[in-house]
Design a protein around this ligand. Structure first.
Ligand SMILES: Nc1ncnc2c1ncn2[C@@H]1O[C@H](COP(=O)(O)OP(=O)(O)OP(=O)(O)O)[C@@H](O)[C@H]1O
Ligand SMILES: [Mg+2]
Length: 281
């Protein structure tokens, strides 16, 4: 049974103009443990697709299957439980002002715990070692007790990714993890995410603007344009010609990457301890 099964899924935002679909008749099947990048020009529907997979957005049409269930046929309580098995990391993580980094990272664990344990860990960050280890993967461990509202944009983004790592979720859905990161940090972040997924057998789906990163580090690439899947192939099969067609009229988003860009070559750790959720001590 696949982890994700979307059949002819169409979705639009409430408030969007009638007739305009953010994703349009999308078919997508992802097996457990796959590492998939979603690429495509700005406005193509990448974030919307991630939200539809996460059951954060109810499609207007089509069928969504997630972990052997039909989420939109479930009661609210069972839907909530189903969502606890995945982690959706938005591009800009919601970090409450004045919160400490450690608390913020450990919030990634909350969905997987009982109410009282969660409440306790909010006041007493008992898993601070787990948070620190996750932050170290993104080279930001020294910020453990800093306030999140005093971090730079890139630092906040890395805190959001550390949060995904500690979640121990079976399905990681990460929206634009590299948008605020320099190339070195970007390399680290991708190595940490892909390594954690491979180590734990979790499924990883990431939207990306960096096509070279997608080709180098992801097994499979799903390309969206105007809300439709333009191609869905093994990353080794993605040619420059396919990318040029995908980004036609959006060449500025692509050219700087294809021309003279240093190819990304990542060494990915096989197993990472962080792949499993850390338990309360
Ligand atoms: N909150 C919203 N309300 C109405 N329409 C929206 C909203 N967010 C996105 N859209 C529209 O839905 C379509 C798909 O947007 P989406 O954010 O999924 O694209 P994207 O591929 O993630 O783009 P980007 O690369 O810029 O993040 C676009 O046409 C966009 O204008
Ligand atoms: Mg987006």
């Amino acid at each position: 049974m696949p982890t994700i099964r979307l059949e002819r899924v169409s979705a639009r935002f409430s408030g969007a103009r009638a007739g305009t679909l953010a994703i349009d008749s999308v078919d997508l099947t992802v097996q457990r443990g796959e590492v998939v990048a979603i690429i495509g020009p700005s406005g193509a529907g990448k974030t919307t697709l991630l939200q539809a997979i996460a059951c954060a957005l109810r499609p207007m049409q089509g069928e969504v299957g997630l972990f052997d269930s039909s989420p939109w046929a479930l009661s609210r309580r069972r839907l909530h439980r189903l969502r606890a098995r995945l982690f959706l990391a938005p591009q800009v993580p919601p970090l409450p002002p004045r919160q400490r980094v450690v608390t913020s990272v450990l919030a990634g664990l909350l969905a997987h715990r009982g109410f009282w344990t969660s409440l306790r860990s909010l006041f007493y960050p008992v898993d601070s070692q787990a948070a620190q280890a996750a932050l170290a993967r993104f080279d930001i461990a020294e910020k453990l007790f800093d306030r999140v509202d005093r971090l730079s944009g890139g630092e906040r983004q890395r805190v959001g990714l550390a949060r995904a790592l500690v979640s121990g979720a079976e399905l990681l859905l990460i929206d634009e993890p590299l948008s605020a990161l320099d190339p070195t940090r970007a390399r680290q972040a991708i190595a940490a995410l892909v390594g954690a997924a491979r180590g734990s057998g979790a499924t990883l789906i990431t939207t990306l603007h960096q096509v070279e990163v997608a080709r180098a580090s992801f097994e499979r690439i799903v390309a969206l344009r105007d809300g439709r899947v333009m191609f869905d192939v093994a990353s080794a099969g993605v040619s420059d010609a396919m990318l040029r067609e995908l980004y036609a009229d959006h060449e500025d988003e692509l050219n700087s990457q294809l021309e003279g860009a240093t190819p990304y070559a990542y060494t990915l750790p096989g197993q990472l301890e962080l792949a499993r959720p850390m338990t309360c001590r």
